[in-house]
Design a protein around this ligand. Structure first.
Ligand code: NDP
Ligand code: X2W
Length: 339
């Protein structure tokens, strides 16, 4: 492959779970080249395979500790930066990268919420002010122009909820808050060890009922109130969401099925399934699988996606593809998962 024809990019947070998936997807992409993979300043420089031995012989990227004095050299070489960092770290770094001329795809929640008060309440810090509004990159619904300096990649749970409800949001009973009941694998919490995500502690359990920061993100996208109940499951990766909503009077099952087919017929990474999806069919893939049931006025949508792919890295690459005018699925179908 002629490296000089590829678009050089940098992955920040490349030692983390979303970051390593980004590195692997971009490494296998026909149009991008990972020029830099950065970690926090706490690590020594080391091959990515030292952290992820499954990449030995397959990816020779050297991870480097990030230091702001590298910005000039990086900006000379890199056009696109992917941030897989803690929210506040992204909030601080993204404006610097934009100012240095890079286009930023941010996987954190730093720029997803448009309401400053909601952002402060959800994330506990003030959102930086930017000159332009930041598009929310729900890949099947956003229309990128290719000149935006920053794109906020949606959260993993909100991608599942929005995929389930966007096609029918105009068909729902007014003021009837949908319910999003979702189970995530432990990689959703990131790589750093924490007691509540350790092997001996995790056992299927609900958490943050009605208070999770993703509830506001889902409500913002869908334009209605809803209830979100996340669960942590004892498996590595994947999200299975069951979404319940009341349909407005007179809406038929046929209309609902048609709305889903119309919305997703031309979207290669959304698969409408004849049976409720299993996690195993999406883990390690960029797909989100959807099954729709209507029982009278009750809508039940079952959605499965991989939190690190469609819920994070693959959606970011999908957006980068759209940004530069490539097919949305370019480079995503054959790479597979790292962890
Ligand atoms: N995990 C998931 O399913 C999803 C995650 N996201 C979002 O993506 C982002 C990354 O999440 P995830 O991959 O899970 O996290 P991890 O904890 O696995 O990785 C975090 C990464 O950020 C780096 N980092 C931490 N602090 C700093 C700092 N001060 N300066 C530079 N680098 C730093 C870490 O480096 P080091 O190894 O040196 O500590 C590591 O590479 C988060 O914002 C998360 O909310 C979004 C969707 C899904
Ligand atoms: C299992 C688990 O802990 N999941 C994380 C959400 C995943 C994530 O990283 O959140 P963002 O998509 O907003 O970045 C949580 O509940 O906080």
């Amino acid at each position: 492959m002629n490296q000089s024809k590829l678009i050089p990019c940098a992955v920040f947070g490349a030692s983390g779970y979303s970051g390593v998936e980004l590195v692997w997807l971009l490494h296998n992409h026909p149009q991008f080249n990972v020029a830099y993979g950065f970690t926090s300043s706490a690590r020594p420089a080391e091959p990515i395979a030292a952290l992820y031995p499954q990449l030995a012989g397959r990816c020779d990227l050297i991870l480097q500790p990030w230091h702001p004095n590298l910005l000039g050299a990086v900006a000379q070489q890199v056009r696109v930066a992917f941030l897989a960092l803690p929210h506040q770290t992204s909030a601080e770094l993204a404006p610097l990268l934009i100012k240095a001329g890079m286009t930023v795809f941010d996987l954190s929640g730093a720029f997803r919420l448009q309401d400053a008060k909601q952002h402060q309440a959800a994330y506990g810090f003030k959102q930086p002010h930017l000159a332009q509004p930041v598009p929310y990159g729900l890949a099947e619904w956003v229309d990128l122009q290719g000149d935006e300096p920053l794109i906020a990649v949606p959260g993993c749970y909100p991608t599942a909820a929005a995929t389930a409800l966007m096609p029918v949001r105009a068909m729902l009973k007014p003021d009837s808050a949908p319910i999003v009941n979702a189970v995530s694998g432990v990689s959703g919490a990131g790589r750093a060890a924490q007691a509540h995500t350790s092997f001996c502690e995790v056992s299927l359990q609900a958490y943050a009922i009605g208070t999770h920061r993703h509830q506001a993100e889902m409500a913002q996208t869908l334009g209605c109130e809803l209830l979100f109940v996340p669960h942590l499951g004892s498996f590595k990766r994947g999200i299975l969401a069951t979404v319940y909503a009341q349909l407005a009077a007179g809406v038929s099952a046929h209309q609902v099925q048609q709305a889903f087919h119309q919305a997703y017929a031309d979207q290669p990474l959304v698969r409408i399934c004849q049976t409720p999806p299993k996690l195993a069919q999406v883990v390690g893939t960029p797909y989100v699988d959807v099954h729709v049931t209507v029982i009278g006025s009750q809508l039940v949508v079952s959605v499965a996606l991989d939190n690190l792919q469609k819920g994070a890295a693959a959606q970011a690459v999908q957006l980068a593809n759209q940004y530069i005018g490539l097919p949305t699925e370019c480079g995503l179908l054959h790479a597979g998962a790292v962890i």
